[in-house]
Ligand binder design. Structure first.
Ligand SMILES: [Zn+2]
Length: 179
């Protein structure tokens, strides 16, 4: 690490501490004595997406976010829902620990996530992703959803984001903190 002031190649570490996702080092140049800071972070292992035409491209969280955001546009979803879904999918992909992942795997994860959040967003995403070629295929998908919803028997926009047990814990915690 060259000194940003004089360009000298050597410095000594005068302080070192853990920060959120890495190590922060305070350094002093051995030539001019100037102080500067460096950060050391873990480089995430590259993840490549194999597309339908077999081309590979580096996984992009931004692209994932854009796709989900588009599908969820103007839907009554709580703030942070889209980001959380993208975070969860990204984490799941890295958890699988593979260097390459088929774009269909990501698409399926998005579909699964959206299906549990909002049917309209789900259908929007599906219509692009599954590339419904005719209205019959689209209608079939919607019919499946309508069937599901009757079983669940509550409006999808009110589905909790957390499992029931967790919601209960949150509610209790809130009550406690009010006292
Ligand atoms: Zn220097």
């Amino acid at each position: 690490m060259n000194c940003p002031f004089c360009g000298h190649h050597d410095s000594r570490v005068i302080d070192s501490r853990d920060v959120n996702d890495g190590i922060r080092r305070r350094r002093q140049c051995l030539s001019c004595g100037s102080r500067f800071t460096t950060y050391e972070r873990l480089q995430p292992t590259g993840l490549f997406v194999i597309k339908k035409d077999q081309r590979r491209e580096e996984f992009s969280k931004d692209k994932l976010l854009i796709g989900i955001r588009k599908a969820c546009e103007k839907r009554p979803l709580p703030v942070g829902t889209v980001d959380k879904l993208a975070d969860d999918i990204e984490a799941e992909l890295y958890r699988q620990g593979k260097a390459e992942v088929a774009s269909t795997v990501i698409g399926d994860l998005v579909m699964k996530g959206l299906k549990s959040l909002d049917y309209i967003a789900y259908i929007r995403f599906a219509s692009v992703y599954r590339d419904f070629t005719d209205i019959t295929a689209l209608k079939q998908e919607i019919d499946t959803l309508v069937g599901d919803e009757t079983e669940v028997s509550r409006p999808i926009s009110q589905l909790p984001l957390l499992p029931a047990e967790e919601l209960e814990t949150v509610a209790k915690r809130r009550q406690r903190s009010r006292r």
